[in-house]
Design a protein around this ligand. Structure first.
Ligand code: ADP
Length: 428
């Protein structure tokens, strides 16, 4: 078995969709990128890649557990040669005073021996900017944005120097826009000065893409950074510019997989409902009965039998999606969590059944639905390929026990009306 080649950039993402977003950003910058689901086995065979994004679900779990999983991920990435590790967090700095950003950063910093860590969630193209250490979401400071009402981690302070200091054991400083604008050397000098004062982490301002490039150039020479896809973009550009990575001319396409194709929709978003309506004209569509799904696994078995009898003739779509009124009615009968969980598990059952019956190309609509499906299929990772729609690439399974497969996993609102046929056209 050929063991993995050296990886230039290692990333640890604290949730799956954030990991995909980062993997997609890195690919767009010319880095050949694999996204793994969880910490992969030591002997995972990788294709030749520049970056690996390990996806964890560690954003809202207990801090000690998040630290343990992140350290495992870092160890794996370093063992594959990653000189720099980016701990990828949400661009709205989702966390509480108990963590998990500070504790994970502290642990990774101790493990790699970095003196001072650059931290910025800025991602100007999505409206996340940082000025004087304050995070803005679009036009308003973080604490005035919808994040103030987040169910798990309401954000009541836009000053990230304070927010991070409350979570971290180290003193936290600021590299402001004025310093950043003076260029890489000015940033390095400021870092050395702060490190000399015992500061172990800095929030870095960034308002424009070129700010990310300056940050990336400085960070690429260090062992660890913390941030969202924006700093990933800066790091990728710095690695290419400095010649440490040779930019790929396009996203990996690879050999044709072929074989039967199917689509699953568990998202009830407007966009997905419209995409299902379009799909009706070009492929057989099975609308699950959500009440029966919640009641028994029989409905999932019926769906697999229905699909298995049709996929040899062309792609099919199985959808649980319903209108807001129907969703509300089901939730009022069974509870929001229980209804959602039961349908996600049924979608995972159906995906598993479809793969057993030979499906090799699978499109899944819905963030949670996609998470349930990839967990169930136990695919260790994906090589990120061509973009089907903004933020939704074709994914090629890596190290998959059931062989070559292509997947597309989309968050509900993503993609145009013809998303399902657009995806299948690129998943050859
Ligand atoms: P999105 O990306 O649009 O948020 P998700 O898959 O993340 O999609 O979330 C959709 C949620 O709705 C999932 O928990 C799914 O199981 C649930 N769901 C799907 N169909 C129905 C339905 N008919 N009634 C109630 N909940 C549903």
């Amino acid at each position: 078995m050929t063991l993995a080649r050296q990886v230039s950039l290692g990333c640890i993402a604290d949730d799956y969709t954030g990991a995909s977003d980062l993997a997609n950003t890195l690919t767009r910058q010319g880095l050949r990128t694999v996204q793994t689901i969880g910490v992969p086995p030591d002997d995972l065979e990788l294709p030749e890649v520049d970056a690996v994004v390990v996806s964890l679900k560690s954003r809202s779990i207990e801090a000690g557990e998040a630290v343990a999983r992140s350290r495992d991920a870092e160890k794996w990435l370093r063992s594959r040669g990653a000189g720099h590790v980016l701990f990828k967090i949400c661009s709205t700095f989702d966390s509480t005073d108990a963590g998990n950003i500070g504790p994970v950063m502290d642990a990774l910093r101790a493990d790699c021996g970095e003196k001072i860590v650059l931290v910025t969630p800025a991602f100007p193209e999505t409206g996340r900017t940082v000025y004087q250490g304050n995070l803005f979401v679009g036009l308003v400071p973080l604490n005035e944005s919808p994040l103030k009402d987040h169910p798990l981690n309401p954000m009541h302070d836009s000053n990230l120097v304070r927010v991070l200091a409350r979570q971290s054991k180290t003193a936290v400083g600021l590299v402001n826009l004025a310093t950043l604008t003076r260029g890489e050397d000015a940033v390095r000098a400021r870092l050395a000065e702060l490190a000399g004062q015992g500061v172990g982490a800095v929030i870095v301002d960034a308002v424009f893409d070129h700010d990310l490039e300056t940050i990336g150039a400085v960070a690429a020479d260090q062992r660890l950074s913390v941030g969202a896809s924006g700093i990933g973009l800066g790091l990728a550009r710095a690695l290419v510019k400095s010649g440490r990575v040779e930019a790929a001319s396009g996203a990996a396409s690879g050999a044709t997989v072929g074989g039967p194709a199917a689509c699953l929709a568990g998202s009830c978003s407007q966009a997905t409902l419209q995409q299902i309506a379009h799909a009706e004209a070009i492929m057989p569509v099975l609308h699950l009965d959500p009440e029966r799904v919640v009641a028994s696994p029989e409905e999932a078995r019926r769906a697999v039998a229905w699909a298995a009898g049709r996929v040899s003739a062309g792609p099919v779509l199985v959808a649980s999606s319903a209108t807001p009124a129907e969703v509300a009615a089901l939730q009022s009968r069974h509870g929001r969590q229980a209804a959602g969980h039961a349908i996600e598990q049924a979608m995972a059952d159906i995906a598993e059944g479809l793969v057993k019956s030979g499906v090799r190309r699978l499109v899944v609509a819905g963030g949670e639905t996609s998470g349930a499906v990839v967990d169930r299929l136990r695919i260790p990772g994906f090589l990120v390929g061509e973009e089907i729609a903004a933020g939704v690439p074709v994914l090629r399974a890596v190290g998959n026990a059931s062989g070559d497969m292509l997947l597309a996993l989309k968050s509900g609102n993503f993609g145009g009306p013809k998303f399902f046929s657009d995806a299948l056209a690129l998943m050859r």
